[in-house]
Design a protein around this ligand. Structure first.
Ligand SMILES: Cc1cc2nc3c(=O)[nH]c(=O)nc-3n(C[C@H](O)[C@H](O)[C@H](O)COP(=O)(O)OP(=O)(O)OC[C@H]3O[C@@H](n4cnc5c(N)ncnc54)[C@H](O)[C@@H]3O)c2cc1C
Length: 496
């Protein structure tokens, strides 16, 4: 922990903010770091000096402006670390990459500023959850690209961390951002409705004209995002979920077959393949020691029926699949939580997600960090081919042998070329924390050696720590940071 006397100016700035924002929005102990909050992944708590809970965009501008002014005048202050609902379970929850920080919790900004199901977008603040937005869209011809995490997670928070929904990576839904910059100024970036330039009838153009700034603010520590414009996807007229089991011996061929069907338009959205371990922790049915693939088939009545019949015929022809069923003919068994979650989520609903969270962590959303079973994620991208998946799962077997922690894996095939491999390490926080963190370290090391790198980082393996911040691209990123935030108002994040 840092010596509190290193921040003699912090108290004055926080007291000024208590006046401006209201005392209840500024939590701090003038002389010491705040007591650590638990996190479900058991990452070491970082030095957090204060928690700010703004209630409006004006509050966010005021707090950034106060830090900027004080720093410009030479004050030594910790940087600001924004979170939305802070439910980044498995990757550190609310913990920053490094302390000291002043955390800015944005879930109090919870307005759904606009919902246009005709044009197909919503403008959400950080506190808008996927449950709220998806429920508002029920019965309309639009739907949200929902994730398999809790309904109480933030649409904006997951999107700016480049999370993955059942349709695709959430960045594909991102049209525009409202950002409070480190000096307290506000900027609308990308496509923004009603700004006098864009509006109804104006085709979405998230990249704007010229060099695009949109992704300067995803996986970024260059500002505080106070709203996002997200796309609402057309709801297919007809959707069925096909579930197909297969054995490990045929993993290579089965993945290659799935790839062919994805590449040729038989399957929509993200293909999910759960192994036995992940099925058991997430609460699935019997996998007979193998794998279960979940495939969404959709279109109009006629095209969906034709695609489904073609897919089932092709599957039968391969002789690889031990069981095949479709949601039209056979609803999942009540206890098969995974099948319920995935089927509903393909349709933009999070109705079953809390059951899966409870199965994975043993706790409801608001108690996961305090009481949940231990949970860590490792999230590499792989090429979508059988050989790469076999190679990745062999590494997981080695990690199991080396640490005694059994990783679960879920293949999320995002398109015909890229798999987001979700590796989970469930563990007992009382007895297995050290082993689980060793397993995560080995995953970073061994997958890295195999050239398979994560696309999202946890607070224990920030980019700066893992030494992946070299090269000309990283130097340009640092130069941009210097230009946007010359006084270091924002704390260096996981991706710095
Ligand atoms: C059982 C289970 C299933 C899961 N399934 C999925 C899944 O399907 N897909 C998936 O992607 N994840 C999944 N997760 C992981 C995680 O729960 C989600 O990613 C969750 O949405 C992240 O929490 P949040 O929405 O509260 O975001 P936050 O924790 O609020 O934000 C995440 C990060 O984004 C940045 N950030 C957030 N808000 C701002 C802001 N306003 N300005 C600037 N930066 C900001 C910060 O770096 C922050 O740490 C799962 C977890 C579990 C336990």
């Amino acid at each position: 922990m840092q010596d509190p006397s290193l921040y003699p100016d912090l108290k004055a700035v926080l007291e000024e903010l208590q006046q401006a924002l209201g005392a209840e929005r500024v939590r701090h102990d003038a002389a010491a770091p705040l007591p650590p909050d638990p996190n479900v992944s058991a990452f070491a708590p970082r030095d957090t000096r204060a928690v700010l809970r703004p209630g409006s965009v004006a509050d966010v501008r005021a707090l950034a402006g106060a830090f900027h002014q004080a720093k410009a005048a030479g004050a030594g202050l910790p940087g600001l670390q924004p979170v939305s609902t802070g439910r980044n379970w498995g990757l550190g929850s609310k913990e920053p990459a490094a302390g000291p920080v002043v955390r800015v919790e944005l879930d109090g900004l919870d307005a759904l500023r606009a919902l246009d199901t005709e044009a197909g977008y919503a403008v959400v603040e950080p506190g808008v959850t996927q449950k709220e937005l998806s429920e508002l869209l029920a019965g309309t011809d639009r739907m949200l690209n929902v994730t398999a995490s809790s309904g109480h997670t933030s649409v904006l928070g997951n999107t700016v961390d480049r999370g993955v929904g059942l349709r695709h990576q959430r960045t594909q839904d991102l049209l525009g951002l409202e950002v409070v910059l480190p000096d307290g100024a506000i900027a609308h970036i990308g496509w923004w409705p009603g700004d006098g330039v864009h509006g109804k009838g104006d085709g979405f153009n998230p990249l704007g004209l010229g060099p695009s700034l949109l992704h300067l603010f995803t996986q970024s520590d260059l500002g505080i995002v106070t709203a996002a414009v997200v796309r609402l996807l057309p709801r297919p007229r007809r959707q069925s979920t096909v579930r197909a089991g297969f054995h490990r011996e045929t993993l290579h061929q089965a993945v290659d077959a799935l790839r062919t069907w994805k590449a040729n338009g038989l399957i929509a959205g993200v293909i999910k393949v759960y192994d036995t371990a992940s099925t058991a922790t997430y609460g699935g049915g019997d996998t007979a020691g193998g794998y279960v693939a979940h495939l969404s088939v959709e279109g109009t009545e006629r095209s969906a029926a034709a695609l489904k019949s073609a897919l089932l015929a092709e599957m039968a022809e391969t002789g690889l699949f031990t069981s095949v069923s479709s949601s039209d003919e056979e609803a999942p068994a009540d206890e098969d939580v995974v099948a319920h979650v995935v089927h509903a989520a393909y349709r933009g609903s999070v109705a079953h997600n809390e059951r899966m969270l409870a199965s994975a962590t043993g706790a409801a959303a608001e108690r996961v960090d305090a009481d949940g079973n231990g949970w860590l994620f490792f999230l590499p991208f792989l090429p979508f081919d059988g050989a790469s998946v076999v190679r990745a799962l062999d590494i997981l077997d080695r990690i199991h042998l080396a640490t005694g922690i059994r990783p679960g894996s879920t293949v999320n095939a995002l398109d015909a070329d890229v798999i987001d491999l979700v590796v989970s390490f469930p563990f007992d926080r009382a007895t297995q924390t050290e082993a689980a963190h060793r397993a995560l370290d080995l995953a970073h090391l061994w997958f890295g050696e195999a050239g398979l790198r994560p696309y999202r980082l946890d607070s224990g393996h920030a980019r700066a720590v893992t030494g992946t911040a070299g090269g000309a691209e990283a130097a340009l990123q640092r130069a941009l940071r210097e230009a946007v935030d010359p006084y270091g108002v924002m704390a260096a994040g996981r991706y710095a």
